[in-house]
Design a protein around this ligand. Structure first.
Ligand SMILES: [Zn+2]
Length: 321
């Protein structure tokens, strides 16, 4: 709970009833800095501190656009508690339109949490976020979408830590977000895993992808985050919940290519597939089949790589069941 006092994330500090925003320089080693845009919106009344990040993956535009929209619209005069928002967590990846990795070190920022102050660029950004944004919060939200080369179904993801009170609160907040699927499973190296290790309810939100940021996807992501803020008692008004039931899925299988070539999926995102069924083919430049991967389990295609270019070791798709 904040006690109607100043709330800070590193050098960005907001008095009760105000917002503050700026670029935070983070030393990423070798004499380099990245400037991370941060906004702190501090309610006039006490309440929970909600930390939120977008752009951990720099080419996930729906999440970046949605968080900026919500953060700008929040009215600190009527809020309880505070929202600490990292608007674009991986600015070098954003500038480079880089999929998966931070170009400063070739690492996936969402695999190096909680980070390391003496590590690579990504590890240092992760550590700053863990210490200044996630740490000390009552709720943590990480907004993502499919990467530049990925389509996905809308879903939230949570991890159960074995504390019934925290797990119930996390589940309720994820359900408030109101997306089509809720995936429950561990998230090692991820922002949400770092938050869970600190006993903080943590929710991953995923809407849209493929390097686009259509208004309807931005609105869906923004509405989900607003509903979460309402469920956390930070704000009073949020869009109504969607009419569909959220489906809970527990097991997730990432399928990866073992060859480098040309990817022709045989399934669409959202399809239900059965174990042993063909999900696509990887061809060589002349059209000969290099591999014909089959589903390892029954499940829903949660995300699907949509680029023709495929590299050995890269994801093809993920299933959840
Ligand atoms: Zn992502």
């Amino acid at each position: 709970m904040t006690d109607a006092k100043a709330v800070s994330a590193g050098p960005i500090s907001a008095a009760p009833g105000t917002r503050s925003a700026g670029l935070v320089p983070i030393d990423v080693g070798e004499g380099r800095l990245v400037e991370v845009p941060v906004m702190v919106i501090n309610g006039a009344s006490p309440g929970p501190r909600v930390a939120v990040t977008a752009g951990i993956h720099g080419a996930e535009y729906v999440s970046i656009a949605a968080l900026r929209e919500v953060a700008r619209d929040l009215d600190p005069a009527t809020m309880r508690g505070a929202v600490v928002a990292v608007l674009t967590a991986n600015p070098a990846a954003f500038a480079a339109r880089s999929i998966y990795v931070n170009p400063l070190d070739g690492r996936n920022l969402n695999r190096v949490f909680p980070g390391d102050t003496g590590g690579t660029a990504s590890e240092r950004i992760a550590r700053w976020i863990t210490d200044n944004v996630i740490g000390g919060s009552d709720v943590f939200v990480d907004m993502h979408c499919g990467d530049m080369n990925e389509a996905l179904v809308s879903f939230t993801g949570i991890e159960e830590i074995g504390d019934p009170e925290v797990d119930a609160r996390t589940r309720a907040l994820a359900e408030a977000y109101g997306l089509r699927y809720l995936l429950i499973g561990p998230s090692p190296g991820m922002t949400t895993g770092a938050a869970a290790a600190l006993g903080i309810p943590a929710i991953l939100g995923e809407v849209g992808g493929q390097g686009r940021w259509p208004a309807e996807d931005v609105a869906l992501h923004a509405a989900g985050f607003r509903r979460l803020l309402k469920a956390a008692s930070v704000i009073d008004d949020a869009p109504d919940s969607p009419r569909f039931e959220t489906e809970v899925l527990h097991t997730e299988a990432w399928m990866r290519s073992t060859t480098t070539g040309y990817w022709h999926p045989a399934v669409a995102v959202g399809d239900r597939v059965t174990a042993g069924s063909l999900v696509g083919t990887v061809l060589d430049p002349f059209g000969r089949t290099l591999e014909s991967p089959v589903a390892p389990m029954d499940g829903v295609v949660i995300f699907l790589v949509t680029s023709l270019a495929m590299n050995a070791g890269d994801p093809l798709l993920a299933l959840a069941g």
